[in-house]
Design a protein around this ligand. Structure first.
Ligand code: NAP
Length: 408
């Protein structure tokens, strides 16, 4: 089987090591010879994490997408375009496609699945959610037997690393973010991670598969961790709580409630032990009950392992049964259930004219004031009422953070 690789960065190099350099046990189990025929990159002269014969590299995508001898495309480049056009072209040309690119999958899942079905080829994306955690395949399998009722998880290693370091080492957000960037855990532009968009894409993909609905990412209520400060983590520690960026969705009678928010968990919660760059995904099926999957959310070997697991499904001819038609999602939004929330407002960051009104309102909610920092738990408030309250405060104040208390 001949393979075309689009991208030779972290994930591409990991896939190359497995297929061409015998890392792992793949070739022991398949008689068929597997070769990476050609690799698309932007810059032919760049130093690569793996040694690759020069004649395999190209900057011309057509040399891969239009080569009839290539059966499978591994699309392991980031971004929306040209990744989307390349995937479509490959599917239309009758090639199986495997990708780890969650951005392009979240935005085009339904389209890619339809094109794959038309050409009778596979479109697989295990590496796009949860990095090394095998979650897509079990979810696709279990949804054919179970009614999937809910999904929740910690789906971003960078933010979990930042939160863990802040909690365990009494560090400030900016310090940990700079450290994560220096170590290569966080991108130079960290917005996709710290503003929650990476997690938003992942929960949209999982929920689309689980509920058979094409869930647009912009329907996922999303808040990140950009505004968390040491005074918040100090408070959580004093209450024996930990903070996590959690993604969640649930389906009932066709309506999907879906959100991404910072959440507080106590030591009895299954997410409490998920530290640093580890991820967890749980789903609840009406027969299976809750299933938890824990592991590395990213990294060269774990993600390449997921990508090559998809390749094995193609070699084993196991992909047809997983085809999922996605209906147009008509009733999608954030939850309205009542919850307990933590809220912190730095009153000195609020407009002067509003400080007296806000101080009174925050005290009425049960928050305590320590040197103009108002913080505490607000109990049993509807999620929509909390969003309205916070949007009022955010209009007037520059420094605020809030988090949902997660139970169970
Ligand atoms: N890294 C992880 O742990 C991880 C985990 C799960 C999912 N993912 C996803 O997997 C994808 C790849 O991630 P990565 O970390 O391997 O990325 P990366 O290290 O930045 O590598 C991207 C590769 O794609 C090539 N490329 C990008 N745009 C191109 C274009 N327009 N034309 C030709 N080649 C192009 C680059 O070529 P040059 O090298 O010549 O610039 C590079 O080799 C992303 O969507 C990412 O979100 C990554």
């Amino acid at each position: 089987m001949k393979i075309g690789l689009l991208g030779l960065g972290t994930v591409g190099a990991g896939a190359y090591e497995i297929i061409e350099n015998g890392k792992g046990r793949l070739q022991e189990f398949y008689q068929e010879e597997l070769t990476i025929e050609r690799i698309l990159v932007r810059n032919l002269d760049k130093k690569r994490p793996v040694e690759v014969p020069e004649d395999k590299l190209t900057t011309d995508a057509a040399k891969i997408l239009d080569d009839p001898s290539i059966d499978v495309i591994l699309s392991v480049m980031g971004g929306m375009e040209p990744a989307k056009s390349y995937i479509l072209k490959a599917l239309q040309n009758g090639k199986h496609v495997i990708t780890s690119n969650k951005a392009v999958v979240a935005a085009n899942l339904s389209l890619f699945l339809e094109e794959a079905a038309k050409s009778n080829v596979a479109f697989l994306f295990e590496g796009a959610v949860g990095g090394g955690i095998p979650i897509i395949k079990p979810l696709k399998q279990q949804r054919r037997l179970n009614q999937i009722e809910a999904i929740e998880g910690i789906l971003n290693g960078t933010t979990n690393f930042i939160l863990t370091q802040m909690m365990e080492n009494d560090l400030e957000f900016d310090t940990v973010l700079a450290d994560a960037q220096a170590r290569g855990y966080a991108e130079a532009d960290p917005s996709a991670d710290i503003d929650g968009f990476d997690v938003q894409r992942k929960i949209a993909i999982l929920s689309s598969l689980a509920y058979g609905q094409d869930i647009p990412t912009d329907k996922v209520y999303t808040r990140g961790i950009r505004s968390i400060r040491g005074m918040d983590t100090d408070y959580f520690k004093s209450k024996n709580l930990d903070v996590k960026l959690v993604a969640s969705s649930a389906e009932q009678d066709g309506a999907v409630s879906i959100w991404v928010e910072p959440c507080l968990v106590d030591p009895s919660h299954r997410f409490y032990a998920i530290k640093n760059s580890d991820n967890v995904v749980s789903f609840i099926g009406h027969l299976s009950g809750r299933l938890d999957f824990v592991g590395a959310g990213a990294g060269m070997d774990p993600t390449a392992n997921a990508v090559i697991s998809d390749l094995m499904d193609i070699l084993d001819n196991h992909y047809q049964a997983d085809r999922i038609p996605l209906a147009v999602a008509e009733n999608v939004g954030p939850t309205h259930a009542s919850q307990d929330y933590y809220l912190r407002v730095d009153l000195l960051s609020c407009s002067k004219s509003e400080q007296t009104r806000l101080a009174k309102a925050l005290l009425n909610l049960g928050l305590t004031n320590n040197q103009e920092i108002y913080q505490g738990m607000i109990e049993d408030i509807e999620a929509s009422a909390m969003r309205a309250l916070v949007s009022d405060v955010e209009k007037e104040c520059g420094s605020i953070f809030y988090a949902r208390r997660l139970r169970g």
